[in-house]
Unconditional design. Structure first.
Length: 90
């Protein structure tokens, strides 16, 4: 059962990281592995922030988990862009 949870984290994290990179316009700089890492770390960030605000994230479902990962990944990419000073061309 643990293996299914890890695979789900990778799939949801990868999708969330990829969509977040499209939203934040960093997709050209990232590959699939970095998208997965950004999405999984984004899930941790999003889950932490929701717990801080008193939202129960346990057992909320796949869609809620995906949205949590997506928002957290966008926050992570915004922080990375601010720290590295990278600007995207439109």
């Amino acid at each position: 059962m643990l293996g299914i949870g890890i695979i789900a984290w990778i799939i949801i994290g990868g999708l969330a990281g990829w969509i977040a990179s499209k939203i934040m316009k960093t997709d050209a700089q990232q590959g699939i592995l970095l998208n997965i890492v950004v999405g999984v770390i984004g899930g941790v960030i999003g889950g932490f922030l929701l717990k801080v605000f008193g939202v129960d994230v346990e057992g909320a479902g796949w869609i809620f988990s995906f949205i949590t990962c997506l928002v957290g990944a966008c926050i992570l990419l915004a922080i990375v862009k601010a720290v590295t000073g990278r600007r995207t061309r439109v």
